[in-house]
Design a protein around this ligand. Structure first.
Ligand code: FAD
Length: 466
C-alpha cells in the first residue's frame, strides 16, 4: 500500500493548489479525483468555460452592435455558429485541465482517478477502474460543490437545466428563463441574450446580485434592462413544469399574485451546495454541519485532527480564489508555518459586461454595524478611456472610515472591473486611506483612473474630472 504525508480528495482549485504547495514544502503528496480530468468545477464546468462563452458572445455582440460605429463594415450578415463556439470553449477547457496534469507531474504528485472514500482517519479507498487503498498521515478534503435545486423542480438536464448543461447547449434558446439573479444566472443569461435569446430573470429577493452592495445591483439592473432582459425581482417561484419543448414557470409576485412565464429553456441557478457524497466522512470521524458543509475550526481542521477541509465544501464564499488561498493555508499549516487569510479581502466578481467587482464591506454592512463612513464615487462615463471604447456604464465607489479615512470597501461596475479590483485589494491589504490612493499616479488614459477619482471624491470631495 502506498503511503503519503498528505492525500487530497478533489482536484478543483482548492485541491490542486493545496497539492502543489504541499509538494513544494517537501511532503509526499497524492491527489484523488473521481472524474477523468483534473481541475474540478472551476476548470471543467465553472469559471473557465463560462468566461470562454462570455468572451465569444461579447465578440458577437460587438460585431453586431458596435462595429459599424467604429467604422468597421462586414459584408453580409454576422452569424453565430454555436457548435463552433462550444467547441472552442471545450478546447480552452481541455488545454487548461491538461495544464493541471502537467503541474502534477512537474511536482511529483501521484494522481489517482476514482471516488475517494474514507476507510478510517488514515486510510482512503479509491474506487476507480480498480479499487486501491492508500495510507495518508494527513488528508485535505476538497470535494467542492454541486448545483442546488428547489425541492419541487425536476431538473431534466434537457430543457430544465443547471449551469453545467447551459455551457453546452446545442441550440440558442428562443426564451431562456433564468431562476436566480446571482452571479452564475446573470453571466450565463448574458451569454444567451447576446446570442439572441429572450431572457427573463426571476429572482426571489428584491434585487439581483443581492449579496453585493445595493448600488451595484441597481446599476447592473439598469444595464440589463437596456439590453432588453426581463428582470422580475421579488418573485417566488412555485413550480417549473415541462410540457413538450415548453417550460412553464409559475411564481408569486410581490403582491402575492400568481404570474406565469413560458420559455423553451429554464436555467435553475439558485446557488450551490457542498458535496460530500460517497466520502464516508463518518468512518474518519469528520463532522458535517447542519448545511452539509464539512465543519472546520479557524485552522480549517475538521473534527478529526489529521483531516482538513477547504473550498466550496466548507463555510464561506464559494469562489475559486478563496479555495486556492485555503489550499495554500492548509499546506503551510501542515508544514508547521503560521499562515493567515483575511476573508474580508477576498474579492467578489461578476463577469458580465460591464463587470462588477467588490472587496470589503458594503454600505449595507457598514450601516448595520453602526460604522461612521464616507463615500467617494466616480462615474466611468467621465473618463477619457471609457469614451474611447464607448464603455460608459458604471462607477467606482470607495467607502472610507469617516474619522481615519481607512478604506473599508470598494465597489465597482464597469469595463474591466474584474481586473481593477486587485488595486483595491492591495490598498486594503496595506490598510491604505482613501487619501493614500488619491495621491498615487494612475496611468492615463485607463479605467483605473476612476479609482483615483473616487478616492479623491472620498477625501474632501476633490475629484478632478467631474
Ligand atoms: P471544486 O472545483 O468543485 O472541485 C471539487 C472536485 O472534487 C471535483 O472535481 C469533484 O469531482 C471532486 N470530488 C468530489 N468528491 C470526490 C471524491 N469523493 N473523490 C474524488 N473526487 C471527488 N468562482 C470564481 O472564483 N470565479 C468565477 O468566475 C467562477 N465562475 C463560476 C461559474 C460557474 C458556472 C460555476 C458553476 C462556478 C463558478 N465559480 C467561480 C465557482 C468555482 O467554480 C468554485 O468556487 C470552485 O471550483 C471551488 O473549488 P473547490 O476546489 O472547492 O471545488
Amino acid at each position: 500500500m502506498n503511503s503519503y504525508d498528505v492525500a487530497i480528495i478533489g482536484s478543483g482549485p482548492g485541491g490542486y493548489v493545496a497539492a502543489i504547495r504541499c509538494a513544494q514544502l517537501g511532503m509526499k503528496t497524492a491527489i484523488i479525483e473521481k472524474y477523468s480530468t483534473l481541475g474540478g468545477t472551476c476548470l471543467n464546468v465553472g469559471c473557465i468555460p463560462s468566461k470562454a462563452l462570455l468572451d465569444s458572445s461579447h465578440h458577437y455582440d460587438d460585431a453586431v452592435k458596435h462595429f459599424e460605429e467604429h467604422g468597421i463594415e462586414i459584408p453580409g450578415e454576422v452569424k453565430v455558429n454555436l457548435e463552433k463556439m462550444i467547441a472552442r470553449k471545450q478546447a480552452v477547457v481541455d488545454q487548461t485541465t491538461g495544464g493541471i496534469d502537467f503541474l502534477m507531474k512537474k511536482n511529483n504528485i501521484d494522481v489517482y482517478q476514482g471516488l475517494g472514500s474514507f476507510k478510517d482517519a488514515t486510510h482512503i479507498t479509491i474506487n476507480g477502474e480498480e479499487t486501491t487503498e492508500i495510507e495518508a498521515k494527513n488528508t485535505i478534503i476538497a470535494t467542492g460543490s454541486k448545483p442546488s435545486n428547489l425541492p419541487f423542480i425536476n431538473i431534466d438536464k434537457e430543457r430544465i437545466i443547471t449551469s453545467t448543461e447551459a455551457l453546452k447547449l446545442k441550440e440558442i434558446p428562443k426564451h431562456l428563463i433564468v431562476i436566480g439573479g446571482g452571479v452564475i444566472g446573470l453571466e450565463l443569461g448574458q451569454v444567451y441574450r447576446r446570442l439572441g435569446a429572450e431572457v427573463t430573470v426571476v429572482e426571489y429577493m428584491d434585487r439581483i446580485i443581492p449579496t453585493m452592495d445595493a448600488g451595484l445591483s441597481k446599476e447592473l439592473n439598469k444595464v440589463f434592462k437596456k439590453a432588453k432582459f426581463k428582470m422580475q425581482v421579488s418573485h417566488k417561484v412555485k413550480s417549473v413544469e415541462r410540457v413538450g419543448d415548453e417550460v412553464i414557470v409559475k411564481a408569486d409576485n410581490k403582491k402575492g399574485e400568481e404570474v406565469e412565464f413560458k420559455g423553451d429553456y429554464c436555467l435553475v441557478s439558485v446557488g450551490r451546495k457542498p458535496y460530500t457524497d460517497g466520502l464516508n466522512t463518518e468512518a474518519a470521524g469528520v463532522k458535517l454541519d447542519d448545511r452539509g458543509r464539512v465543519e472546520v475550526n479557524a485552522h480549517l481542521q475538521t473534527s478529526a485532527s489529521n483531516i482538513y477541509a477547504i473550498g466550496d465544501v466548507v463555510k464561506g464564499a464559494m469562489l475559486a480564489h478563496k479555495a486556492e488561498e485555503e489550499g495554500v493555508f492548509v499546506a503551510e499549516t501542515l508544514a508547521g508555518q503560521k499562515p493567515h487569510i483575511d476573508y474580508n479581502l477576498i474579492p467578489g466578481v461578476v463577469y458580465t459586461w460591464p463587470e462588477v467587482a467588490a472587496v470589503g464591506k458594503t454600505e449595507e454592512q457598514l450601516k448595520e454595524a453602526g460604522v461612521d463612513y464616507k463615500v467617494g464615487s466616480f462615474p466611468m462615463r467621465a473618463l477619457g478611456r471609457s469614451r474611447a471604447s464607448m464603455d460608459l456604464d458604471g462607477f467606482v465607489k470607495i467607502l472610507a472610515d469617516k474619522t481615519t479615512d481607512e478604506i473599508l470597501g470598494v465597489h465597482m461596475i464597469g469595463a474591466r472591473a474584474a481586473d481593477m479590483i486587485a488595486e483595491a485589494v492591495v490598498a486594503m491589504e496595506y490598510r491604505a486611506s482613501a487619501e493614500d490612493v488619491s495621491r498615487m499616479s494612475h496611468a492615463h488614459p485607463t479605467f483605473t483612473e476612476a479609482i483615483k477619482e473616487a478616492a479623491l471624491a472620498a477625501t474632501e470631495d476633490r475629484a478632478l474630472h467631474i
